[in-house]
Design a protein. Structure first.
Length: 146
């Protein structure tokens, strides 16, 4: 048995960029930053580091991401990891690991983003209320909706 599952909770680092494939399918690319906070055992000093993730959404999910997500939005993404490769113009092999989104939950409160009033639309359509978190608030395991 194999498992390829990625779950991240963070903030968008850039606006979703959406294109359409030649066959008419929407594809959206955006970045999500996740933070890790810990205390240094030696000094007791609080430290922080960030990881940056490339996310790709396809089809209807891509359309929803483009419509409702904006730079700075807090979001939960669930999907799978995929690494693709290509040759750059100089012939050098390049690699990029991405999360292919299969599920997305918007976590901003109403009023946190310019279009926050419309964010409840998808949650209501799924009859799920997303957990609520603010950027300064630490998310606990109980807040994650699975």
């Amino acid at each position: 048995m194999n498992l390829n599952k990625a779950m991240i909770l963070g903030n968008l680092t850039r606006e979703p960029e959406t294109r359409t494939t030649p066959k008419g399918q929407a594809v959206s690319n955006f970045g999500v930053a996740t933070n890790r906070v810990w205390r240094d055992q030696q000094s007791g000093e609080k430290k922080q580091s960030a990881e940056y993730h490339n996310v790709v959404a396809w089809g209807k999910l891509a359309d929803i991401c483009t419509q409702y997500l904006h730079k700075g939005s807090k979001v939960y993404i669930e999907g799978r990891l995929q690494t693709r490769s290509w040759d750059d113009p100089s012939g050098q092999k390049k690699y990029r690991t991405e999360i292919i989104a299969e599920n997305m939950i918007m976590l901003d409160r109403k009023g946190d983003t310019p279009d926050a009033g419309t964010q409840a639309t998808q949650a209501d359509a799924n009859e799920n209320k997303p957990p609520v978190a603010t950027p300064d608030e630490e998310i606990s395991v109980e807040d994650i909706p699975f």
